[in-house]
Every structure is written in structure tokens, then in C-alpha cells.
Design a protein around this ligand. Structure first.
Ligand code: PAF
Length: 309
């Protein structure tokens, strides 16, 4: 279990919008009394939310996280852990009742949603997090922290830059590893590369991450896919990867998470909409903007949508 530095919250709790796996992970690790969930329409919840948190070493702790409504709330930070596709709508409802100086930290997978939020609220302090923490919910009231990871935090808007250090310091009280990242766009892209090469294949093939590496469908497309990702990445980031490096990263993560069910496969299994639009769909969109053909990414988007829509 992590040591919990009991820092005093000077200005209010850390509010979490979205009580899925990632939201519950942060709520469960933050010192007791520091985290609250927001009840937000269209999925209002009456709290508190109870669950067991199973740590990577097998130990379990009991979490009881208060739920507050937006009216009159004065949180210190807002962690947004909604699905990418729900995020702008959730913030449209939440932000009018929240102070304009409140730092908003986006934890969404993929890319596209972060830019949409920063573009919609350019004067607010908007930050993005990229994380390798692994968490899943095999049962409604059980959150499994599958493996310790690392989280990076960086600014998306000008006013966000002044909040990064304080937000990192507050979130470090969880005991989870988190540090400031001056180029969060690059970090988000590094993760997008991996998700683009794993998630859709595991969903289409309905298999754990490691099994894709020996499947003929994956083997047929991985070289062309890596080439498309590398070409689009070269137009988007300061530190692009070669096609060979893209391929290697995909193989490395699929191997190190071989037994895991990817988040996209899990969404499909639970009948939820997937994040394909902000993963391979984002590469298709940025490819179009740069005049780069992305037929393998397009095929993966179509195949996942055929399965889920
Ligand atoms: O989205 C996910 O599930 C994860 O980012 C990854 C790396 C594919 C491992 O399961």
C-alpha cells in the first residue's frame, strides 16, 4: 500500500467527474476525505460510492467516496475521468457552476477530446494527463489496480501552465507516481501509438492483448499500420517515431500486457460505445488534414464500428 502524505486541503476537495475505473483509482488512493465524486446528469448518483480497491500486492482497502452536486461546489481541482465521447457534454453541464480559475485535468484516452475541451474553454486552466496506471472493474463494487504505472501532467491552455506544479503536488498525496510534463502532446501521442496498434485488433479478434501478436489478421496489417502511424505522427509531434519504432512499441506493450483485456475490448464486452474515434479515428482525421492516406486505420475504425454500432 502506498504511503499517504496527509496534506491539508486549503481550498476544497479534489472533485472527480466520472466514477469509472480511473476515477475510482484516484479517489481510492487520495487521502481519505480529499476526493469527492460529482453527481452529474444524465447519470446522477446518490452517494456515497462504496467499493473495494484491490492493490497490485493483493491487499484490499474499502473506499467510501462522498458524492456532491455541482450547486455551490468549490473544489480545488477537477479530475475529468469520463469517457472521451462524453467529456465535452459533461463539462458543458458542469462548468457553468464552477469557478473559472478551477484547474480542469483531462484523463481521456486517445486524442481529439483534449483539443476540443481546450478549444471550447481556452481561458480556463485546462491540463491533460497521460497515464500507464492499469485499473479495471470486474465487478460493480470491486476496482482492481492491476499494476503500478506512471502519470504525466501538462498544460493545454496558457492559464493551465501556472497550475501544473500545484496540481502535481496535490495529486502526489495519493502515493501514485505523477510528474509534470512540459510536452504533454508528445506523451499523449506516444500512448496513442500503442493504443492504435493494440486496442482495435483485440476488439475485432476478441482476445487478450498478447494473442494478437500471432494472429494472421494482425500480422497481415501491422507493418502498413506502423507506417501510417509514423507518417502522421511526423506531422504532429516534435519527437516522431520511425515505423520500426512504432511497431516495436506495439509489440513491447502487447507482450508486457499479454494477459490483459484492452479497454476497447472491455467496452465492447460490456455493450458500451468504444473510443475508436479518438484512437485510430484520430489518426485518420489527422492523416486527412496532412494529405496522408491511412487505409489500415480506416479499415480498423470501420471493423470496430461494424461490431459495436
Ligand atoms: O487501452 C488499454 O487497454 C491500454 O492502454 C493497453 C496499453 C492497450 C493495455 O491494455
Amino acid at each position: 500500500m502506498p504511503a499517504r502524505a496527509d496534506t491539508a486541503l486549503k481550498d476544497g476537495p479534489i472533485a472527480i467527474l466520472g466514477a469509472g475505473s480511473l476515477g475510482r483509482l484516484w479517489a481510492g488512493y487520495l487521502p481519505a476525505g480529499h476526493a469527492v465524486f460529482f453527481s452529474h446528469p444524465p447519470r446522477p448518483v446518490s452517494g456515497p460510492i462504496h467499493y473495494r480497491l484491490k492493490h497490485p500486492d493483493g491487499a484490499e482497502s474499502i473506499c467510501q467516496i462522498p458524492v456532491i452536486t455541482l450547486t455551490g461546489a468549490r473544489p480545488y481541482l477537477l479530475l475529468v475521468t469520463t469517457k472521451a465521447g462524453d467529456t465535452v457534454d459533461a463539462l458543458e453541464r458542469a462548468l457553468p457552476s464552477l469557478p473559472t480559475q478551477l484547474p480542469i485535468i483531462l484523463f481521456q484516452n486517445g486524442l481529439g477530446c483534449q483539443q476540443a475541451v481546450a478549444g471550447r474553454w481556452p481561458d480556463r486552466p485546462v491540463l491533460a494527463a497521460s497515464t500507464t496506471e492499469g485499473a479495471n472493474r470486474p465487478e460493480e463494487e470491486l476496482l482492481v489496480h492491476a499494476g503500478r504505472g506512471q502519470t504525466w501532467l501538462g498544460a493545454l491552455t496558457d492559464s493551465g501552465r501556472y497550475c501544473v506544479a500545484a496540481a502535481v503536488a496535490q495529486l502526489q498525496s495519493s502515493g501514485l507516481a505523477i510528474e509534470a510534463e512540459p510536452d504533454i502532446h508528445q506523451r499523449l501521442w506516444d500512448k496513442l501509438v500503442v493504443n492504435s496498434g493494440i486496442n482495435a485488433f483485440t476488439t475485432i479478434l476478441d482476445c487478450p492483448n498478447g494473442d494478437i501478436l500471432v494472429d494472421p489478421f494482425f500480422l497481415e496489417h501491422i507493418d502498413d499500420l506502423s507506417e501510417e502511424i509514423a507518417q502522421v505522427m511526423a506531422t504532429e509531434t516534435r519527437r516522431p517515431l520511425s515505423a520500426e519504432e512504432v511497431r516495436k512499441r506495439i509489440y513491447t506493450v502487447a507482450t508486457s500486457t499479454a494477459e490483459n483485456t484492452s479497454s476497447m475490448r472491455s467496452d465492447r464486452q460490456r455493450g458500451r460505445s468504444t473510443e475508436i474515434d479518438v484512437i485510430n479515428g484520430y489518426i485518420v482525421e489527422r492523416g486527412k488534414a496532412a494529405g496522408i492516406a491511412t487505409p489500415v486505420n480506416q479499415m480498423l475504425v470501420r471493423r470496430v464500428k461494424d461490431l459495436t454500432e
